[in-house]
Design a protein around this ligand. Structure first.
Ligand code: BGC
Ligand code: BGC
Length: 709
C-alpha cells in the first residue's frame, strides 16, 4: 500500500520539476493568478479574504503583546489559511525596535509559507499615516492636516517614498494610508488625518502620496497604498466619529469623491471602506458605493478592505444583519473583498464557507476577491522576495529627518502678528518659553504615534520638542529660559506659550466645542495678564476657538498643527526667523463653534470666519501684477517686495461668470523668491472647468481683512 503510493509520487516527480506557472515571475500577474486559483481549494481561497490582527498571534490572550504563540499561528495561518495580517495602532513587537519588527514579520511570513501547501506568502498591513509611526524612534512626519498647509504635492510624494521604504525594510507591504477623506467638520476627531476641507488640494496631495508609496511598479522599496475611508466618512453629523453622514449625490460627487478619483488615477492598490454610514446605509453594506460607484463608475480593479471589525458591526452596531453569517453575506455581496476581522479567523472563514456551500455567495465572487489579493502579492514580488534583512531596518525607519523638518517648516502658519515681536532675536532679546507641551513631545506627535491614541504616557520616542528646538537656534547675545507655568512677574521681553491638544485618535479625539483644554487656556490667560508680549504656539489637529479677550491680546499666533518628530525645531526656526513662514490654512477657521460646519466653498453660516481658507502671513510681502488668463491656464507675476526671502503659495479661485455661488479653488502653485525677486507663475486650470459662459477668476486671498491684535 505504502509502496504503491511512493511509486506513484515518484512517477509524477519529473512533471513537478517544471515550476508551476504561478511561480514564474516572468509571466504577467493575471496569468499567475489564474494558474494559482486553479490549484487552490475553496478553503485556501477563503483564507485570502481574512485579515487578522497580530495580537491574536501573540502571547496568551487577545490583547497580550507577548512573543508569537505557535498554537495561534497554527490556528490562524495553517488551519484557516489567513492571507494577511495587520498591526493595529500600537500593536508592536516587544521590544519595539525596527529590527524586532523585521524579525517578527519574517517569522510570521516563514510560518505562513512553510505551512501553505502552495507556498503563498502573506501581506502585512499597518497604519503608517505619518511615517512608520508605530515604531519607537521612527521619523514622524507632520500629520496630513499640516501637510495640507504646505500646498506642496511633491512633498507628499517624497514622504510617501520614504515611508514606503521604511515599511518595506521591516517586512510590511500594505499601508492603510493615505486618508482621502475631506475634512469638512473640524469637530471630528479625524480632522487632522485629512488634508483639509478642499477637494482639489486633497486630491493633489493624495495622488502624489500614492505615487510616492507605490512607485511606478510596486517594486522592492514600495508598498501597496490604501485610500480610506470610502466614502463620505469626513462629514459625520455633529462631527461625531462614525455618526451618519447626510449627503446628496451631488455633494458626494463634487466634494467627497475627487480625492478617491485622483488616488485611483495614480494607480492605488487598495481602498478601505467607510466605517460609518451615509444616509443611513452603513458603508460596508453599500453596494451602491462599493460596486456601482467604486467599481462600475470609477473603474477600480484593486482590493477593497473592510475597516476594523466592521463586518461584525453590521450585526452588532448597525443591526442590518440578524446574524454574523448575514453580515458576512451583506459585506461580500456589497463588494468588500478582505475583512479586517480582526480576531476570530475561524468565525469569519466558517461563515464564508457556509454561505458558498449554501449557494448564497457564488464561488465566482470568492475567486474575484481572492484573485485581487493574490494579484497584489505577485505585483509586490512577495513570491520571489518574502523576507527582509533585519540589519537594514533601523537605517530605513530613522531616515528622512531632513524631509520631516522641511515638511514641518513649510506647514507652520502665522495667523497674527503685531509686526514687532516676531521674528524673535531682533528687538526681543530675552525669551521665556512656557508650558508643559513645550517640552513634552506627545502633543506635537499626535495620535497614531507609537500608540493608537498617541505616545503612551511614560513611554518615549525620539523627537525634538519646541524647547529643544529653541535651545538649538537661540542666537548669541540673547537669552532663553523655560517655565512650566507663568511666573507672576516675568523679567523677560516676551513669553512664548506652547498650548494645544493632548494626543488622541478617532472618536476620542472628537472636540465638539473646538476648545483648548482648560489648563492650556489658564496658561494663556495668565500670560496675557503679565502685560508682556505673548506669542502663542498651537499644537492642534484643528482650528481651536480662543476667547476673544485672550486672542486679541496676543502679540502673535502661530498654528503648528501636529508637526511630528522634527516639529520643535521647525517652530523654533520660524519664531527666530531662520524660516519665513509660508503655511496657508487648508481649512476655514471659525470664530466660534456655532459657525461649524462652515467651509469656504458653501454659503457660510453667520458672517465671516476668523481666518479664511488659504490664510497665512509671512515676514515679507508679495505683490501680484499682470494677471492673464490664457486658455486653460492663468499667469500672474509675483514679486517679493519685502526684505527677506520667502516661499509663497498662489491660490486661484474661480466660479462661473455671473454666478453668486462661493468661489472655489481652481489651481495653486508654490514659489520661493528672494528679496526683490519676481517670477511669472503659471497655473493650469482643470479642463472644462466652466464649459459655457466663461469664469470669474480671483487670484490671492479670499477675505482681505480680519481683525489683528
Ligand atoms: C481605523 C482605520 C485603520 C484601522 C486599522 C480603524 O479603527 O478607522 O483607519 O486603518 O483601524 O488600524
Ligand atoms: C487598534 C486600532 C484600531 C482600533 C479600532 C485598536 O485597538 O489598535 O488600530 O483602529 O482598535 O477600534
Amino acid at each position: 500500500m505504502h509502496k504503491t503510493l511512493l511509486t506513484a509520487l515518484l512517477l509524477t516527480a519529473p512533471a513537478s520539476a517544471q515550476p508551476a506557472p504561478y511561480l514564474d515571475p516572468s509571466l504577467p500577474a493575471e496569468r499567475r493568478v489564474a494558474d494559482l486559483l486553479g490549484r487552490m481549494t475553496l478553503e485556501e481561497k477563503v483564507g485570502q479574504l481574512a485579515q487578522i490582527d497580530v495580537l491574536r498571534l501573540m502571547g496568551q490572550g487577545e490583547w497580550d503583546r507577548g512573543p508569537l504563540n505557535p498554537e495561534w499561528m497554527e490556528n490562524v495561518l495553517a488551519r484557516q489559511h489567513v492571507g494577511s495580517l495587520l498591526s493595529g495602532g500600537g500593536n508592536a513587537p516587544v521590544p519595539n525596535t525596527p529590527a524586532a519588527w523585521a524579525r517578527m514579520t519574517n517569522d510570521l511570513q516563514r510560518y505562513a509559507i512553510e505551512h501553505s501547501r502552495l507556498k503563498i506568502p502573506i501581506l502585512y498591513g499597518v497604519d503608517a499615516v505619518h511615517g512608520h509611526n508605530n515604531v519607537v524612534g521612527a521619523t514622524i512626519f507632520p500629520h496630513n492636516l499640516g501637510l495640507g498647509a504646505t500646498f506642496d504635492p511633491p512633498l507628499a510624494r517624497r514622504i510617501g517614498e520614504v515611508t514606503a521604504r521604511a515599511l518595506r525594510a521591516t517586512g510590511i507591504t500594505w499601508n492603510f494610508s493615505p486618508d482621502a477623506d475631506l475634512g469638512r467638520d473640524p469637530r471630528w476627531g479625524r480632522f487632522y488625518e485629512t488634508w483639509g476641507e478642499d477637494p482639489l488640494l486633497a486630491s493633489s496631495m493624495v495622488a502624489e502620496n500614492v505615487r510616492g508609496q507605490q512607485g511606478d511598479t510596486l517594486g522592492p522599496n514600495a508598498v501597496a497604498a490604501t485610500l480610506k475611508h470610502f466614502a463620505g466618512y469626513g462629514a459625520p453629523i455633529g462631527g461625531k466619529d462614525r455618526a451618519d453622514a447626510r449627503l446628496t449625490d451631488a455633494e458626494l460627487r463634487a466634494v467627497h469623491l475627487p480625492p478617491f478619483q485622483a488616488g485611483l488615477a495614480a494607480g492605488v492598490a487598495a481602498v478601505m471602506v467607510n466605517s460609518g454610514s451615509v444616509n443611513g446605509v452603513p458603508g460596508h453594506a453599500s453596494g451602491k458605493l462599493l460596486t456601482d460607484v467604486l467599481r462600475k463608475n470609477l473603474g477600480f480593479t484593486g482590493v477593497t478592505i473592510s475597516d476594523w471589525e466592521d463586518v461584525t458591526r453590521l450585526q452588532t452596531v448597525y443591526k442590518v444583519a440578524p446574524t454574523y453569517r448575514d453580515a458576512v453575506r451583506l459585506a461580500l455581496t456589497a463588494g468588500v473583498d478582505v475583512s479586517m476581522v480582526p480576531h476570530d479567523a475561524r468565525g469569519f472563514t466558517g461563515a464564508v464557507l457556509d454561505l458558498v456551500r449554501a449557494g448564497e455567495v457564488p464561488v465566482s465572487r470568492i475567486d474575484e476577491a481572492a484573485g485581487r489579493v493574490l494579484n497584489l502579492k505577485f505585483r509586490l514580488g512577495l513570491f520571489e522576495r518574502p523576507y527582509v534583512d533585519p540589519a537594514g531596518a533601523e537605517a530605513a525607519v530613522t531616515a528622512g529627518r531632513d524631509l520631516a523638518l522641511r515638511a514641518a517648516r513649510e506647514s507652520v502658519t502665522l495667523l497674527a502678528t503685531d509686526g514687532r515681536t516676531l521674528p524673535l532675536g531682533k528687538t526681543v532679546k530675552n525669551v521665556l518659553v512656557v508650558g508643559e507641551r513645550a517640552r513634552d513631545p506627545r502633543s506635537q506627535l499626535g495620535g497614531w504615534t507609537v500608540g493608537w491614541q498617541g505616545l503612551p504616557e511614560g513611554e518615549s520616542t525620539r523627537a525634538i520638542t519646541v524647547l529643544d528646538g529653541m535651545k538649538a537656534v537661540v542666537p548669541p547675545g540673547t537669552s532663553l529660559a523655560y517655565s512650566p507655568t507663568v511666573p507672576a512677574k516675568p523679567s523677560v521681553d516676551t513669553l512664548v506659550v506652547v498650548v494645544g491638544e493632548p494626543p488622541h485618535a478617532e472618536g476620542e479625539a472628537d472636540n465638539p466645542g473646538l476648545a483648548l483644554p482648560d489648563t492650556d487656556l489658564a496658561l494663556l490667560r495668565a500670560a496675557v495678564a503679565t502685560g508682556k508680549p505673548v506669542v502663542a504656539v498651537l499644537l492642534a489637529g484643528r482650528p481651536l476657538v480662543l476667547p476673544e479677550n485672550v486672542r486679541t491680546r496676543l502679540a502673535a499666533l502661530v498654528m503648528a498643527y501636529l508637526p511630528g518628530s522634527e516639529g520643535g525645531r521647525a517652530i523654533a526656526d520660524v519664531l527666530y526667523g531662520n524660516t519665513n513662514p509660508s503655511g496657508r490654512l487648508p481649512f476655514t477657521w471659525p470664530r466660534s463653534a456655532t459657525q461649524v460646519p462652515g467651509t469656504y466653498d458653501e454659503p457660510f453660516p453667520g458672517g465671516t470666519p476668523l481666518y479664511p481658507f488659504g490664510y497665512g502671513l509671512s515676514y515679507t510681502t508679495f505683490s501680484y501684477s499682470g494677471l492673464r488668463a490664457t486658455g486653460d491656464s492663468i499667469t500672474v507675476n509675483v514679486t517679493n517686495i519685502g526684505k527677506v526671502a520667502g516661499a509663497h503659495t498662489v491660490l486661484a479661485f474661480a466660479r462661473p461668470a455671473g454666478a453668486a455661488s462661493p468661489l472655489k479653488l481652481a489651481a495653486f502653485g508654490r514659489v520661493v523668491l528672494g528679496p526683490g525677486e519676481a517670477r511669472n507663475v503659471s497655473l493650469s486650470l482643470p479642463r472644462g472647468l466652466f464649459p459655457a459662459g466663461g469664469a470669474e477668476i480671483r487670484v490671492g486671498a479670499l477675505q482681505t481683512t480680519t481683525e489683528q491684535p
